[in-house]
Each structure stands twice: as C-alpha cells, then as structure tokens.
Design a protein. Structure first.
Length: 53
C-alpha cells in the first residue's frame, strides 16, 4: 500500500497526497498533537508535512 501511495505521489500528486492524508492523518495528528497544543497549528503543521512529501 505504501509503495502505491509513493507512486501516486510521483505521478498523480493530488490523489497520492489525498491517500497519504487518509492513511496517516491519525498518526500525524497524534504525533504533532503531542508537540503543539493549538488545533490550527496542528492542522497547518500536518499540511506542511504533506507538502514536503
């Protein structure tokens, strides 16, 4: 599954990023939420992470 997400990100960025967020949003929220307290900051950080990918 992860290899599929990587390939989609390479060739169809929108769909790949959407799948990345669907699959890992809970984990990203958990990790980032333990560092940042403000919900807006958490969402912005997760968006930044996805854009860096």
């Amino acid at each position: 599954m992860d290899d599929n997400i990587v390939e989609l990100i390479k060739f169809k960025q929108d769909k790949g990023l959407k799948l990345l967020q669907q699959r890992y949003s809970g984990l990203m929220h958990y990790i980032v939420g333990n560092i940042l307290q403000n919900q807006d900051d958490i969402e912005e950080c997760i968006s930044d992470i996805c854009l860096k990918v």
